[in-house]
Design a protein around this ligand. Sequence first.
Ligand SMILES: Nc1ncnc2c1ncn2[C@@H]1O[C@H](COP(=O)(O)OP(=O)(O)OP(=O)(O)O)[C@@H](O)[C@H]1O
Length: 211
Amino acid sequence: MLQFVNFQKNYGNFAALKIDELQIGQGLYWLKGVNGSGKSTLLKSVAGMLSFNGDVLLDGNISVKKDAVNYRRLVSFAEAEPLFPEFLTGREMINLFAKARGAEAGQEELYIESMQMQHYVDRPIGSYSSGMNKKLSLLLAFLGRPRLILLDEPLITIDTESLLILYKWINERQEQEGTSFILSSHQALDREILPNAGELLIENQTLTHIL
Ligand SMILES: Nc1ncnc2c1ncn2[C@@H]1O[C@H](COP(=O)(O)OP(=O)(O)OP(=O)(O)O)[C@@H](O)[C@H]1O
């Protein structure tokens, strides 16, 4: 599903992350690593938001660099602490993302309802609490039919009820469409709900597949 080829991310002189060769098959992965190990750097690089040396390929031959438009339609990303333009409403952001991803009309409605966002989605984002903002960012990552969904710290900020809804979305997408997921989290994933989660570890500035 995902392949790293001579991947290296530097910030100035600091070599933050180096992955010579690694292939990760289809599935759901829990990305682990201590503070500052490089989890956000990895997710942002795979999302095509950071420049780096080497390449990342999706499904064998779709390069984040050489086939950027197609790649970015197939890989979505929700940031740990999302920031959106405060003057736009949640629905306006949803419409923008839905169009960019080629989502089918009305796909968002079930997500809005199940996450209990209908009472605020038409309000400007500047009026949202951090949990309301986080739920919007998670919904945006599910729009369209991405092959890979990257979620940076998805378990923080949202309440327990919303967390269960998020797990349900993940399971449904995996079962129905074979979508892959990489989730970074300092909290343990609920193994009863996500029994098949593999584990990726960032240690000593590199990534290994440990399970
Ligand atoms: N824009 C930047 N400029 C310079 N160094 C950076 C930049 N962003 C991240 N770093 C460095 O890269 C390393 C990895 O940071 P990153 O944010 O990816 O870690 P993380 O594993 O996501 O951390 P946390 O668990 O604390 O969120 C850290 O040493 C950090 O200081």
